[in-house]
Design a protein around this ligand. Sequence first.
Ligand code: GDP
Ligand code: ZN
Length: 310
Amino acid sequence: MSEVLPGLVVGSGGGAYEVLLEDGRTVSAVLRGRLKRESRLGDRLVIGDRVSAAPVDAGPDEEGWTVESVEPRDTQIVRRGPTDRRPKVIAANVGRMFAVVAAKDPEPRLPQLDGLLVIAESNDVEPVVVINKVDLEGTSDFVRRAQDIYAVPGYEVIAVSAESGEGLEELDTALNQGTSALIGPSGVGKSSLLNALAPELQLRTGEISRKVRRGRHTTVSSRLLRLPAGGLVADTPGFGDVGVWGLPPEEVEPCFPEISELAPDCRFRGCTHLAEPGCAVLEGVESGSVPRSRWESYAELRRGSSEPGG
Ligand code: GDP
Ligand code: ZN
């Protein structure tokens, strides 16, 4: 066999993968037989997977590639939607998830933002709060309020405007630390922000839903976009959805750092922090050390509704 090169899966769809090879080439590859059989049982390859690929002769003028092996994943983003029969991995090795909301148009909803942050936490990915459209009038109150609230769990809050450019430098820095994903409802400006940072991406904006894109060789439905400074950003249709992806109630607490931190001080072990006497979390809400909106989002999820406020 000839050369085997390390690479990164930067696109997937239609049964083939786009692999960015170490030498800078992007090639189209299919799974080798053994991996194909394994992927039928478990997870297929997803964007962000680190692989090794080898060329195969596929005719006189066409060079095909096969994925020979896959490295273990550091992290994986798993979607457990109500319509998914099984949990579905949608991206691998994502280091940070950016929960994007607009300060206005559409009107921000804290329960929805908390849901996005829970998606990050439940996947063991560092969450970052992004508030876009701060150029719009009357948005500074919300920005200040969000900064106060999300300082409590220790989240970075980045206020930006794709329109005016405010805060873009800070966002650029944050997005250029490895691989990340922007999640949030449609219309908040995720594509506009990426276009502002990397105009050559030419992402379509202002659309309700994005259709499956056609690549040169394959139907690419999921991609890792490269920013000029080297950061990789997952662009997948599955991230448009909001709502917590089927998180069991008992797994909610660790997704709220400021709540799980207080849990050991509760009178009862296994306290749900919903109504128990001697609950340190409820005392924290009363004293103001736990933001009420955060506790309300927690309580909604803990009671088992699929999206806080939804
Ligand atoms: P996405 O669905 O999250 O990708 O949102 P889009 O990038 O498609 O943006 C939705 C709409 O919001 C478009 O009409 C954009 O022009 C507009 N928009 C995006 N960013 C900003 C911003 O910072 N300020 C203002 N005023 N409008 C924005
Ligand atoms: Zn408690």
